[in-house]
Design a protein around this ligand. Sequence first.
Ligand SMILES: NC(=O)c1ccc[n+]([C@@H]2O[C@H](COP(=O)([O-])OP(=O)(O)OC[C@H]3O[C@@H](n4cnc5c(N)ncnc54)[C@H](O)[C@@H]3O)[C@@H](O)[C@H]2O)c1
Length: 132
Amino acid sequence: MKAFIETFLNSFAVSPSTMRFENKAIIVTGAGSGIGREIALSFGREGGKVTVSDIIVESAEKVAGEIKSAGGEAIAVKTDVANDSEVEEMVKKTLDEFGSVDVLVNNAAWWPVKYFVQQTQEECDKKIKIIY
Ligand SMILES: NC(=O)c1ccc[n+]([C@@H]2O[C@H](COP(=O)([O-])OP(=O)(O)OC[C@H]3O[C@@H](n4cnc5c(N)ncnc54)[C@H](O)[C@@H]3O)[C@@H](O)[C@H]2O)c1
């Protein structure tokens, strides 16, 4: 029982970097804050070349800067994931910079902070376009 508990608890432990994503190119959308930021930083620590993409370019630049300050590789790209041409440009910049797209994390999301029945048609349409 003790061994089981130790194994269970260790599964949550933050392990030292093992560079598992060395030479891999990773796009993370909505990476300027929250969960996306942590995902981008984690890929950076693991040796990944990270495209930090967000609709708020200043946030993306800050996170890309953090990855580079820690010795990693990253670019910041302003992208509204609901805008097809901006998404195409994000992929193009990644290919130009890193030569491939090996991992895509579709993290960006938006939703109005109100009950579903109170949401307007425009808000529902925007939410669906961003998330799906
Ligand atoms: N936080 C939670 O408890 C939770 C729970 C379950 C699932 N999730 C999912 O995890 C993901 C991240 O959640 P979070 O809490 O970190 O969100 P967040 O709101 O903190 O961050 C979302 C990021 O996406 C960016 N963004 C918003 N609209 C965008 C757009 N159109 N194009 C590009 N970027 C855009 C924002 O600028 C922001 O940096 C979401 O997909 C969310 O649905 C979160």
